[in-house]
Design a protein around this ligand. Structure first.
Ligand code: SF4
Length: 353
């Protein structure tokens, strides 16, 4: 390996930041030894912080209605081929019950930006979940909302919020989203979430249409500045009924490299091995864990709804029930020396002394 690159990895491990040029070098080097060195360093950091445990997040896709029209998304407003659904309050509670019995200690309420899920309905749902499952954390992932709304959800008991920024370059953002959406508003939302005390997650697609290395460098600089508790990094995967249907999938190798870089930048970050990575590669979840990730998000959504929550082609896993998926993953992770743990998995800085 070339010494300057070794120095960059050492610098990132110790100082947790690099110059834009340094990030670009790490992202573009073709020396296979660099990927090995990055992975070795990232895995050492995650083992020091979290041992060999993998946190579980139970994903509940409560609505596939969305008022937005993001060019890459299979449930965008203009896709008329989607069978739209909303889970009921009770159906979400039933999912939580099943998840709690299986050992989940975090529920992620995810969906499109659906006006039906206003603050009153959502607060009532979060309050009920927290009352019935006080040992569990609630993560919300329902897009851009007002500060007032984020505050109300937090007051109702929401612990965490996931909102991918998708790209930290405003021109690139405009190539992925219609004109009524803006990076400025996305970043405002993320800063508001941090200020309200949420464990906050941002993240981006790797290999999205028109993405350059400079865009990824900006993503890393934005993550470095925001200091989120979670970073979701997955490859872009096309959906056949979107304007980006003809674009190729993002690179798994680049996704893995970014996972390692983010682990070194933010040693205590909660880093999912994403479903998209697991869709792109048969052993994508294991490879994600072996690159520095420490979270997986099995799906608790009932099969009837799950197949209609198709953000990209190939996502549906309706044939398997949650218990068999969990057993399968437990075995697969054990084979690489890791174990799924039945804990909330809060960010270390949020743990009570
Ligand atoms: S990415 Fe999110 S906000 Fe955009 S259309 Fe899809 S569900 Fe809606």
């Amino acid at each position: 390996m070339h010494d300057p690159i070794t120095s960059l990895i050492t610098k990132l491990s110790t100082e947790h930041r690099l110059s834009a040029e340094g990030y670009a070098q790490l992202l573009t080097t073709e020396d296979p030894a660099v990927q090995d060195a990055l992975i070795t360093a990232a895995v050492a950091v995650r083992k020091a912080q979290f041992g060999n445990g993998i946190f579980l997040r139970g994903l509940i896709e409560l609505t596939n209605y969305c008022k937005n029209n993001c060019y890459y998304c299979g449930i965008r407003r203009d896709n008329k081929d989607v069978m739209r659904y909303r889970m009921s309050h009770q159906a979400v509670l039933d999912c939580c019950q099943m998840g709690a019995e299986l050992g989940f200690r975090t529920f992620v309420l995810q969906g499109g930006e659906d006006p039906y899920w206003n603050d009153a309905r959502l607060c009532a749902l979060i309050t009920d979940i927290k009352a019935r499952f006080p040992q569990c954390a609630v993560t919300v992932s329902l897009g851009e909302r007002s500060e007032e709304s984020y505050r109300a959800l937090r007051d109702a008991g929401a612990d965490r919020y996931l909102l991918r920024h998708e790209t930290a370059d405003s021109q690139h953002y405009a190539m992925l989203h219609p004109p009524e959406m803006s990076l400025a508003n996305r970043m405002r939302c993320l800063r508001t979430l941090k200020s309200l005390g949420y464990q906050t997650g941002c993240g981006m697609m790797v290999g999205s249409p028109y993405q350059t290395i400079e865009h990824l460098v900006k993503d890393l600089q934005w993550i470095e500045a925001l200091q989120p508790e979670t970073v979701g990094i997955g490859p872009f995967l096309p959906h056949h009924a979107t304007p980006f249907a003809a674009f190729p999938a993002g690179s798994a190798a680049m996704t893995l490299r970014l996972l390692s870089i983010v682990r070194l930048m933010l040693p205590t970050v909660l880093l999912p091995a994403t479903t998209a990575l697991g869709t792109l590669l048969p052993d994508g979840l294991e490879q994600g864990i072996l690159a520095g990730a420490n979270v997986i998000m099995p799906n608790l959504t009932p099969n009837t709804e799950r197949c209609n929550y198709q953000l990209y082609d190939g996502k549906c896993t309706a044939a398997k029930d949650t218990l068999s998926v969990l057993r399968d993953r437990t075995l697969r992770f054990a084979a690489i020396g890791y174990e799924t743990v039945h804990q909330r998995g809060d960010a270390p800085s949020f743990l009570k002394p």
